[in-house]
Design a protein around this ligand. Sequence first.
Ligand SMILES: Cc1cc2nc3c(=O)[nH]c(=O)nc-3n(C[C@H](O)[C@H](O)[C@H](O)COP(=O)(O)OP(=O)(O)OC[C@H]3O[C@@H](n4cnc5c(N)ncnc54)[C@H](O)[C@@H]3O)c2cc1C
Length: 383
Amino acid sequence: MEKIELCERNNCTGCFACFSACPAACIAMKEDKEGFLYPVIDETRCLSCGLCRKVCPVLSEKKKASSPAAKASYAKDETLREESSSGGVFSVLAESVLERGGVVFGAAFNEGMELCHVAVEKMEDLALLRGSKYVQSRIGDAFSLAKRYLEQGRGVLFSGTPCQIGGLKSFLNREYDNLITVDVICHGVPSPLAWAQYLRSREKKGRKVKKVSFRHKKLGWKKYGIRLDFQKGKPYFAPLDRDPYLRGFLADLYLRPSCYACSCKGNAPAADLTLADFWGVEKILPQWNDDRGVSLILVHSEQGKALLEKSCGKRITVDIDAEKALRYNGAYYASPSKPQAREKVLKLISETDFDRAIRRLYPRKTLLQRAFRKLLRLFGKSR
Ligand SMILES: Cc1cc2nc3c(=O)[nH]c(=O)nc-3n(C[C@H](O)[C@H](O)[C@H](O)COP(=O)(O)OP(=O)(O)OC[C@H]3O[C@@H](n4cnc5c(N)ncnc54)[C@H](O)[C@@H]3O)c2cc1C
């Protein structure tokens, strides 16, 4: 029997399209030593039908990107805006789908603080999906479940990273009028193993984390921080330049290998809408620069435009120039560069305490070190 080769390991995004499509259910998603999931085919049960290769978005040809329409927007509901990563547009869109009897898919933490894609049907459960989570989400059965809802004729909003939306579209392999997809401009997804080790380092003394906000706005939208709420005791909060997990994420230390050469960059997004932080708001819309969060919306299709219209009463919105706005959001076009220390960091994280690993391989410059470097520079110039 012919042996099926999936896409190259380094390019595999772990999108679950092959897993979801396999008619023999002979593909398992197995965790590697860095904590990322990869498909593994049980060859004894494989029918060699080749469907897994056909639905692989990495192996399929992509259309080149054209320039989308762009809008700056934020939710009128200030609590919603406060609890969201940027302007709370995702929640407003999701609400309008739920109000019409639809289902919303997105990334939520389970009780064990693992990130998984789930379906939400009630307004009060939308909070589970709200906020960016800086760890790769496990799709599990979400694609198959979404297909079931679509075939029942229910409205489905599916949100995720661009590679997850690409995987869903490939798996479905046809258009549905009742499907709307939303992706985010994605900097890359961190390893679930790094996340688990970080949590372990914060859960010392038996304190279990019950809630996380990676984009807490206590110090504002731009200088966001991570907040962990425990089952008992005081919460933990640290801003992006102090918390070891956020520092490591922003330095691209533990992203999935495929993120360093992301096949979604520069190609037409599979999603109807893309959401992002409207970085650069102070230059383009200075009157909106209140540091409470503004979303950038990129519109790629008529379906996306229609959903925006349905939710316009709950948002403040203005049309902007996409090209100008994207100048401040490099992650739309380019993949992050892979740091030399990446593999070492992940190995050390898996073997030792998270904070110690980051401290050792990616130390924060102390004030003294910064002052010393400044002096050296000054001294160098004066000579
Ligand atoms: C890993 C990651 C990297 C990002 N990188 C950038 C960037 O470089 N530049 C930029 O402008 N914006 C980036 N974003 C998007 C940005 O942070 C906001 O999510 C976006 O602006 C929408 O914000 P909101 O306030 O409308 O809604 P929010 O409520 O903040 O967004 C929630 C949405 O994000 C989805 N989501 C959250 N975490 C994940 C995850 N791990 N995997 C898949 N879906 C997830 C939820 O399902 C939901 O659809 C990133 C988001 C993620 C998850």
